[in-house]
Write a protein that binds this ligand. Structure first.
Ligand code: NAI
Ligand code: MG
Length: 344
């Protein structure tokens, strides 16, 4: 039996950090079935060559895989005819309804608790991101309107994902992020649906503590006392903003992993972009990609090897001898990879 993993480095430093993550998966050994890697194309460069940013073969091949790792795409800021972001399309095609982002700092010694240790679970398919916007001319000038879609089905499945993740963490706490004091219909449905989950769970979530917080004060408290949070679950827009804000708490974009997860598929993806300013220099931090590989394994049920990878990475960061320039060091992508492999 093997573990089939699609690899989509895509553009820029994606092509430098995804190979590093692959080496780490190869080094895990018998804790996981032997990985079989399937290299796949997507992104800006393939669009320029072939006219499509997400070749049909890539989607078809991914359907045969157990999981995938995605690097980053260089999406142009101007509108380009025929181009649309492959990552957004993939989330839709593979029904990856959750964006899960653990934000964890590394304490000075292994016995201490990290100052920040939380997971943002963001709904990935609806809210204002259904992109139903209209510009309406009126007597007093233009009026812009947008539809915000919140469904019970999507709220329930993202809520369940948050509860499941909480079950696997020591604190077992879920905080619903919402603004239902103002948006009592949409955010009200999100909040009520998630609050109902424990009652329908046959006791499965009895050990999980459920909290809630209005989004604006949630951000305030996130910066002042991040330790009060464990798992934060949020509708798409709030989740997008909160997860970037939370990433700022731990120093570098080059450290923060994510997965796009559905019931049938999971795709790891470093949070950072293709970093054209450092592309080709061999100094991209591979840690976000390596942690994304660990997170993918975690979602596939391989908890112990995921823990091993995370511990190896934490050791390298804690020792501070082998760090890329984004963390103030002088080491290369390969130096950091080698250091992680040695710890493993
Ligand atoms: P970016 O994340 O690529 O870079 C922001 C800054 O962080 C840069 O100074 C970069 O050098 C640094 N950085 C990022 N990752 C790093 C790493 N692993 N190691 C060391 N330094 C790192 O964001 P930017 O510059 O706004 O976007 C560049 C391109 O990436 C754009 O085309 C954008 O559309 C795309 N992008 C793609 C994403 C994705 O594929 N999910 C997400 C964000 C941006
Ligand atoms: Mg974002």
């Amino acid at each position: 039996q093997s573990l089939k993993i699609g690899l989509i480095p895509a553009d820029g430093i994606g092509k430098e950090v995804i190979p590093a993550a692959r080496k780490v998966l190869e080094a895990i050994g018998s804790d996981i079935p032997k990985p079989e890697f399937v290299p796949l194309l997507a992104g800006w460069e393939v669009f320029v060559r072939s006219g499509t940013a997400l070749p049909e073969e890539t989607v078809e091949a991914l359907r045969e895989c157990d999981g995938a790792l995605f690097g980053a795409v260089s999406s142009p800021s101007r509108r380009v005819t025929g181009y649309s972001s492959p990552i957004v399309a993939l989330r839709k095609e593979l029904d990856l309804y959750a964006n899960v982002r653990p934000v964890i700092s590394v304490a000075a010694n292994p016995e201490e608790k990290p100052a920040v240790d939380l997971v943002v679970v963001r709904e990935n398919t609806e809210c204002l991101y259904v992109k139903q916007e209209q510009l309406v001319p009126t007597e007093n000038g233009k009026e812009a309107r947008a539809t915000r879609l919140i469904t019970e089905r999507a709220s329930r499945r993202i809520g369940k994902m948050a509860f499941e993740i909480a079950l696997g963490r020591p604190r077992k706490q879920v905080t619903i992020i919402h603004k239902s004091n103002v948006l009592s219909v949409t955010d009200g449905l999100f909040r009520e649906t998630i609050r109902q989950i424990p009652f329908d769970s046959n006791g499965r979530y009895d050990s999980v503590k459920l909290e809630e917080q209005i989004v604006d004060s949630a951000v305030y408290r996130l910066f002042r006392e991040p330790q009060i949070y464990d798992v934060m679950v949020a509708p798409n827009l709030y989740g997008d903003i909160i997860s970037d804000a939370a990433a700022a708490l731990v120093g570098s974009l080059g450290l923060v992993p994510s997965v796009n997860a559905g019931d049938k598929f999971v795709m790891g993806e470093p949070v950072h972009g293709s970093a054209p300013d450092i592309e080709g220099k061999g100094i991209a931090n591979p840690i976000a990609a390596i942690r994304s590989a660990a997170l993918m394994l975690r979602h596939l049920g391989y908890t112990a090897p995921a823990d091993r990878i995370d511990r190896a990475v934490d050791q390298v960061i804690r020792e501070g001898q082998v760090l890329t320039p984004d963390l103030g060091g002088k080491s290369s992508t390969n130096d950091v990879l080698d250091a992680v492999l040695k710890k493993l």
